[in-house]
Design a binder for this molecule. Structure first.
Ligand SMILES: NC(=O)c1ccc[n+]([C@@H]2O[C@H](COP(=O)([O-])OP(=O)(O)OC[C@H]3O[C@@H](n4cnc5c(N)ncnc54)[C@H](OP(=O)(O)O)[C@@H]3O)[C@@H](O)[C@H]2O)c1
Length: 164
């Protein structure tokens, strides 16, 4: 099984506020779509609710972590814990861990690669965060690619972190 993280962070590793993302970055969303379409995404119940009309992502297998029932939500597979999510993926399967904070923190020990979009802005007012990979001994920055600038003028980069 190969699990990878996809996350968009600010310089202070913030990822969200009031149930929404922090930076409007169409290039990041485009890359997210290209990488995940046809594959499997794993997300938390709150992130599902943050999607347009709280609907699962089209053309992808959507596995949603929750302790609730959610059996009435169409187009998702429910997992009540990490083990159940892994069982749904199977030994030979691949999946993208796409947030939010609770799900990133739960799955990070099972992940060897994190694709991080780094937006060069700080958001101390955020309420959800990704672990600071630069502070963790077992992660290193392996690749760094210029991303461009968002419509509101925020420069961004695509970073790849690998477990060492
Ligand atoms: N910047 C990014 O790349 C990015 C990506 C995704 C999300 N976000 C942002 O992140 C924020 C949401 O993050 P969050 O931490 O509040 O919510 P979340 O991780 O999306 O969802 C949390 C919920 O998932 C379920 N859950 C999580 N871990 C579980 C486990 N091990 N077993 C069973 N259920 C589990 C629980 O659902 P129940 O309460 O139903 O039991 C929990 O309340 C939003 O602001 C969103 O916009 C940012």
């Amino acid at each position: 099984m190969r699990l990878k993280v996809l996350v968009s962070v600010t310089e202070d590793w913030a990822i969200g506020k009031d149930g929404a993302m922090l930076v409007g970055n169409p290039a990041d969303l485009k890359r997210f779509k290209e990488l995940t379409t046809g594959g499997t995404v794993i997300m938390g119940r709150r992130t599902l609710e943050s999607l347009p009309s709280a609907k699962p992502l089209p053309h992808r297998r959507n596995i949603v972590l929750t302790r609730a029932d959610l059996s009435d939500v169409e187009g998702i597979e429910v997992a009540h814990g990490i083990r159940e999510a892994k069982n749904l993926i199977g030994d030979g399967g691949d999946a993208w861990i796409v947030g939010g904070e609770a799900v990133y923190r739960s799955f990070l020990p099972c992940v060897d690669e994190c694709l991080v979009t780094l937006n060069h802005v700080k958001r101390p007012d955020a309420d959800t965060w990704f672990p600071d990979l630069d502070e963790l001994d077992n992660w290193e920055l392996a690749e760094r690619e210029e991303g461009g600038t968002t419509p509101d003028g925020t420069a961004f980069e695509f970073l790849t972190y690998r477990r060492v």
